[in-house]
Write a protein that binds this ligand. Structure first.
Ligand SMILES: [Fe+2]
Length: 157
């Protein structure tokens, strides 16, 4: 299964966010590996981690936008909530007994498409507002990362 390659144009220029997006891409590639190897348990495991990490990323991104006073926060939140519903539905299909590999293949495709579109549109839009606070708010960012992702997440921004 073809690897989802991170390309330079997917960077928004805010390292703390770019590294989270790259991590999501890594998880998508882990999912591809699990599908290629026909590992059912690994499919479940990666789908769960992918869902949890993506949802945590949304929480972090929303708190960062709020901290920066981004005016379109609400509509960005709505886009996140809609995508969460979609991910939740796919996860429910998986646990509900549907063919795990076909669900995983669909999840992989829709995540790839959604992520690229979302980065280029909604995420690009907050960059100038959020960039203004990033260097001043390193302590707040470290705290938010620890609070949301736990101690494992790297705190460089
Ligand atoms: Fe976003």
């Amino acid at each position: 299964m073809e690897k989802f390659e991170w390309t330079e144009d997917m960077n928004i220029g805010i390292e703390v966010i770019d590294s989270q997006h790259r991590r999501i891409v890594d998880y998508i590639n882990d999912l591809s590996d699990a599908i290629s190897k026909s590992e059912v348990e690994e499919v479940f495991d990666v789908m769960e981690r992918l869902r949890d990490y993506t949802f945590d990323h949304f929480v972090f991104e929303e708190q960062l936008m709020e901290q920066a006073g981004y005016p379109l926060l609400q509509s960005h939140q709505m886009v996140h909530r809609r995508f969460e519903d979609k991910v939740r539905n796919m996860y429910d299909e998986l646990t509900g007994g549907k063919d795990p590999f076909s669900v995983a293949r669909r999840a992989r495709t829709s995540l790839m498409v959604w992520l690229i579109q979302h980065i280029r549109h909604e995420d690009e839009d907050y960059v100038s507002t959020v960039k203004k606070i990033v260097s001043k708010e390193q302590t707040w960012i470290s705290g938010a990362l620890k609070r949301i992702f736990g101690a494992s997440e790297k705190t460089s921004g």
